[in-house]
Write a protein that binds this ligand. Structure first.
Ligand code: ATP
Ligand code: MG
Length: 564
């Protein structure tokens, strides 16, 4: 456990807030109702924060562009007016396919203002995945750029019957129209239960699902920004996720703006030296990133981190995959503070379980349920579910249904949605256990768990132990069918710079794993691999490791990162 000296945190951690309190700190629309764009932008643009920087945009090359709350309000209103002029009304779907450029943020917020269901798409998607998502969400408008239009949209071969308009934000015609549009617009009255976003899952375990979200989620974004991310007045916040994933929207757009802080948006992709420079030069105080990025920084070596100083940095959090204890310790060394793991999924719309600033961090644990969140370990039974009362016992992570940012449906998969809820609980598909202090520990996805000689083995535990070995940069673990024990554990390992794959190293890593895990749980086989297949949101795709190992069909690869 990492005990944190509160005095050393420079600012006292925020007190826990429940949803009612969070609700009270929001405005609501002037005439009644609740709209995310109002809470994120309009109320600040009309108050003392009008000329404060809302988004500090860092282009891939060139000088930073600060965008104030007033500018963000005006630009998103212009966008809203252009959407309205094209007949976009409450409930219509607007898809946004752009790199992390300012227009993406204007389009998303403008879409919310007219009451559209907004769906930001990751710009690296190919033509087919774009079309599938637009069709699933019945997109009426697609917002994109000239380059992405030529490269992707123009190459879509299947019909998109609902699509009426494609807007290219950097075309001269669009620019002219944008400049001529009114910078004011009325925000459509939406209610907490009205659709705000359509988000697609990462496709780690199968075909991506489209989750429907609502404006009421802003209550959760407000509460979690305070408690789980410890946002304070004056913070400079950087969420490294792309808005094409739920993290990049909920926490890369909505949450920092709702809190009226300055949000860093970097157009460029991951680059270790650039990222350290941004943390230092932009004086980032709260940083929200992901294990895949942290592992890449670890791979780049501690020396690079040591060339920088981060006096403004106060709080670092991570989400998306289990955060190996090694990574938490690396944070202590390279950044001078632990990394706070938190857990949630596209379906939950916001952070549910977290190591907060006020808590001691247990490396390897995802933390405790946030105030208002009821989490349990459940077992599916014929007649319903049984909640586990014992500590340290594995089962499916379940959440009491009804939190404000809960998804309200899967696009075109009603039955699947219904099946997620049993006896008033939402079943997450993740396996976990709870300890005596109420901390939750991730075991693995239900689909990834390995059954070997009567044991249930979670890949996370095995991967974390492999990562303790100084040569190992990343590890992905699968179960391989075996006639005797059911499944045996096989590990795929990538090495840090300076290490060479070979029989000696293999035996050394196997020995280390056996010593730490015991022969029953340790991998029987280790394969070296320069990279592991991962989703574009950075998650190791164990299903693909397994399919390739067993020569099975690879399934939906729409979210697979290139070159993997
Ligand atoms: P799909 O549902 O399409 O297979 P996905 O589940 O990866 O994809 P997301 O909703 O982006 O799509 O990811 C949520 C999942 O990521 C969680 O259910 C969990 O398995 C994993 N995850 C997120 N945060 C953590 C964490 N802190 N520790 C462990 N696992 C995490
Ligand atoms: Mg999932």
């Amino acid at each position: 456990m990492i005990r944190k000296d509160v005095a050393a945190l420079k600012l006292a951690p925020n007190a826990p807030v429940g949803w009612d309190e969070a609700r009270r700190s929001l405005d609501g629309l002037p005439g009644g109702g609740l709209n995310i764009a109002w809470e994120a932008v309009e109320r600040h643009a009309r108050g003392p924060k009008a000329s404060q920087v809302a988004i500090r945009w860092l282009p891939a090359a060139g000088a930073a562009r600060p965008i104030t709350y007033r500018e963000l309000s005006e630009a998103s209103s212009r966008f809203a007016n252009l959407l309205r002029a094209r007949g976009v009304r409450k409930g219509d779907a607007v898809f946004v396919l752009c790199a992390r450029i300012p227009e993406l943020y204007f389009a998303v917020l403008g879409g919310l203002k007219v009451g559209a269901a907004v769906s930001p798409l990751f710009s690296a998607f190919g033509p087919e995945p774009i079309a599938t998502r637009v069709n699933l969400g019945r997109g009426k408008v697609l917002v994109t750029t000239e380059a992405l239009f030529q490269k992707k949209v123009a190459k879509i071969a299947v019909p998109m019957p609902t699509l009426e308009h494609v807007l290219r934000v950097d075309s001269p015609e669009f620019r002219r129209e944008f400049e001529a549009a009114s910078p004011a617009c009325e925000v459509v009255r939406t209610e907490p239960g009205d659709t705000s976003f359509l988000h697609f899952t990462s496709g780690t375990t199968g075909s991506p699902k489209g989750a429907v979200h609502v404006h009421g989620a802003v209550v959760m974004h407000c509460a979690t920004g305070r408690v789980a991310l410890d946002l304070h007045e004056g913070d400079v916040f950087w969420c490294t996720a792309d808005p094409g994933w739920v993290t990049g929207t909920s926490y890369g757009i909505v949450t920092p703006l709702v809190h009226g802080v300055t949000s860093i948006v970097d157009e460029a992709d991951f680059d270790a030296a650039r990222w350290y420079r941004i943390l230092e030069e932009e004086r980032v105080s709260v940083w929200y990133t992901a294990p895949t990025a942290i592992r890449m920084l670890m791979k780049a070596g501690a020396e690079l981190a040591k060339q920088h100083a981060f006096p403004s940095l106060r709080f670092v959090a991570s989400v998306g995959e289990p955060l190996n204890p090694e990574a938490v310790w690396w944070g202590m060394d390279a950044l001078g503070m632990p990394i706070h793991d938190n857990w949630w999924q596209t379906e939950t719309g916001g952070i549910m379980i977290a190591n907060t600033a006020a808590m001691d961090v247990k490396p390897g644990s995802m933390g405790r349920p946030l105030p208002g969140v009821e989490a349990a370990i459940a077992h599916r039974r014929e007649t319903g579910i049984e909640l586990e009362s014992r500590n340290d016992t594995e089962g499916e992570l379940a959440l009491r249904a009804g939190w404000p940012s809960m998804f309200r449906g899967y696009l075109d998969q009603e039955e699947r949605y219904r099946k997620c809820f049993v006896d008033g609980w939402y079943l997450t598909g993740d396996l976990a256990k709870r300890d005596a202090d109420g901390y939750f520990w991730f075991v693995g996805r239900a689909d990834d768990v390995i059954k070997s000689a009567g044991h249930l083995i979670g890949p996370f535990e095995v991967e974390s132990v492999l990562m303790e070995h100084p040569a190992v940069a990343e590890a992905g673990v699968i179960g391989k069918p075996d006639p005797v024990v059911g499944e045996v554990v096989k590990a795929f390992v990538s090495l840090k710079a300076g290490f060479t794959a070979g029989e000696d190293l293999r035996m050394e890593i196997l020995g280390h794993a056996r010593k730490r895990l015991g022969a029953a749980v340790a991998p029987k086989e280790i394969a070296f691999s320069t990279t592991l297949p991962r989703t574009r949101s950075g998650k190791i795709m164990r299903r693909l490791l397994k399919a390739r190992e067993l020569g099975l069909p690879e399934g939906d690869l729409s979210t697979l990162e290139e070159g993997a």
